[in-house]
Design a protein around this ligand. Structure first.
Ligand code: NAP
Length: 488
């Protein structure tokens, strides 16, 4: 077995452990992969350190670095079918969605491949004739890139592309549940000609293979995407050596519908916002907020359509959404719903596993709507990361903004209104990293992604995504050195 990439060599785990990867849609065996731990992580960091300190990549000019990323984009596009299939088998996600995720990865590598050529340093006016001052960008160093299981290929690409564009070396640790496209992407980096030791891959459970990356003194930066609780742990571990940290964490995202919104379109998007990939999307619009006068009709329409959503595996072309990632995650979603009901939420649909025997081997959970939710309930405070929509009502614009901001999270959300001025006003008052107006979910490689408040500290995509992986250095050059004579 050779699924770990360390110092340019494909290798097995030191302790020779392996893990079975099973498709969440039916439990079928997808692959058996190496499962590393602390010793493998330490070796990978040492390889990345050596490649950074002594290898050619950090000293390669931006032009050839950009060229390599463009080659990677072409290779990912070439392998689109195989990558999408692998992603769907690991995650249970519909194949059509995985294909979009591959497109997202291609766009990301293209974007940073082009951006890095144009993002130059600057010359600063020194105010004297005998000095030249330059501000230049340099890579941060060795980066630990830790990614979750919900959108593995895009999440990995959003880190790998800017980290490489900036000239860093890295150790990637994907989720233990979904390693296949990480392995495939590393093979494509090698095929594109990346020097040995620049890209390193460690597989294994987070506490064993991920945690040792976050406090290793040879790691300069940790870029982490995952849950809030793990994010806090990562930040604390990184503090010991004051590593740069870029955290992309959980969300509990408000989808705010005013009475003057286009009713049918807003209903349609309210469903996609939360039930796409069974709610396992960090930006899922899991918190529907509807203005009083249309609340009942709107919720009725959402519930009616949610009841009709067809569940199925990745290759079922009739399926509209798929399973949850694991039995443990489904149990967490069930407990989340039970807590909401115990606190007084009203179950409008779902709340249980489907009884269709064809779905019995997968981790399916019916699209669920919980009505009558209000501040103080755990279902509003916590992220379910499942197909569960909570519904609140509001009476005024001020109340909508106050309720929407009444959370520790600040990742994303939407405003629906036919009044452009109002939509803009509300969007600017929402403490969220991304706000959609009369839309939900679109994401662009050239526009930053990241959360406010406890949804994270980092920025991905856009020029800000590249800035995360760069140091900025000021170089002052005296062109006419003379003694100062102060202490003569
Ligand atoms: P998670 O449990 O926090 O895990 C994320 C990654 O961290 C996985 O690779 C995990 O490894 C690893 N990990 C676990 N414990 C660790 C530790 N002590 N030290 C270092 N690494 C550790 O999150 P998840 O369940 O995979 O992902 C779902 C969460 O991610 C949701 O909360 C979602 O909102 C968030 N998310 C956020 C964004 C964003 O852009 N803000 C995007 C996607 C997802 P193992 O899985 O192998 O244990």
């Amino acid at each position: 077995m050779t699924d770990l990439l360390i110092g340019g060599r494909w290798t097995g785990a030191i302790d020779e452990r392996t893990r079975e990867i099973r498709c969440p849609a039916d439990g079928s065996l997808v692959a058996v992969v190496d499962e590393g731990g602390g010793k493998d992580a330490a070796e990978a960091v040492a390889a990345a350190r050596q490649a950074f300190d002594q290898g050619p990549w950090p000293r390669t000019p931006a032009g050839p670095r950009g060229d390599l990323l463009l080659r990677v984009a072409d290779l990912v596009a070439r392998d689109k079918d195989a990558l999408a299939r692998a992603e769907s088998l690991d995650t249970g996600k519909r194949l059509a969605e995985s294909r979009l995720d591959v497109d997202d990865a291609v766009a990301c590598f293209r974007y940073y491949g082009r951006l890095v050529r144009t993002e130059t340093g600057r010359v600063v006016d020194t105010g004297t004739a005998h000095a030249v001052s330059r501000v230049v960008h340099e890579p941060v160093g060795v980066c630990a890139l830790i990614t979750p299981w919900n959108c593995p290929l895009p999440q990995t690409s959003w880190k790998v592309a800017p980290a490489l564009a900036a000239g860093n070396t890295f150790v990637l640790k994907p989720s233990e549940l979904t390693p296949s496209t990480a392995i495939a992407l590393m093979r494509l980096l090698v095929e594109a000609g990346l020097p040995d030791g620049v890209a390193n891959l460690v597989l294994g459970p987070g506490p064993e293979a991920g945690a040792p990356l976050t406090d290793n003194p040879d790691v300069d930066m940790v870029s982490f995407t995952g849950g809030l609780r793990t994010g806090r742990r990562v930040m604390a571990a990184a503090a010991g050596t004051v590593k740069r940290t870029s955290l992309e964490l959980s969300g509990k995202n408000p989808n705010v519908v005013f009475a003057d919104a286009d009713f049918g379109t807003a209903v349609d998007h309210a469903l996609t916002a939360v039930f796409r990939h069974s709610g396992q999307v960090c930006s899922a619009g899991a918190r529907l907020m509807v203005e009083d006068s249309v609340h009942d009709a709107f919720v009725e329409a959402v519930v009616h359509r949610a009841r009709g959503i067809r569940l199925g595996g990745p290759f079922d072309e009739q399926a509209q959404t798929g399973p949850l990632i694991s039995a443990a995650h489904r149990a967490r979603v069930e407990a989340y719903v039970a807590a909401g009901l115990a606190e007084g939420a009203r179950l409008r649909c779902g709340g249980i596993c489907p009884d269709d025997p064809a779905l019995a081997d997968g981790y399916y959970f019916l699209p669920t709507v919980l009505d009558g939710c209000h501040s103080g309930m755990s279902v509003l405070a916590d992220e379910s990361f499942g197909p569960v929509l909570t519904v609140e009502r509001f009476a005024s614009e001020d109340e909508a903004v106050r309720l929407a901001n009444d959370t520790v999270y600040g990742l994303a959300g939407a405003v629906w209104s036919g009044d452009e001025e109002r939509a803009r006003r509300v969007a600017s008052r929402l403490r969220l990293g991304t706000v959609w107006i009369n839309d939900y979910h679109p994401c662009l490689p050239q526009a930053e992604w990241g959360g406010f408040k406890q949804s994270g500290t980092g920025r991905e995509l856009g020029p800000g995504g590249l800035a995360e992986y760069r140091e900025t250095k000021h170089i002052w050059r005296n062109t006419r050195p003379r003694p100062r004579g102060w202490f003569a």
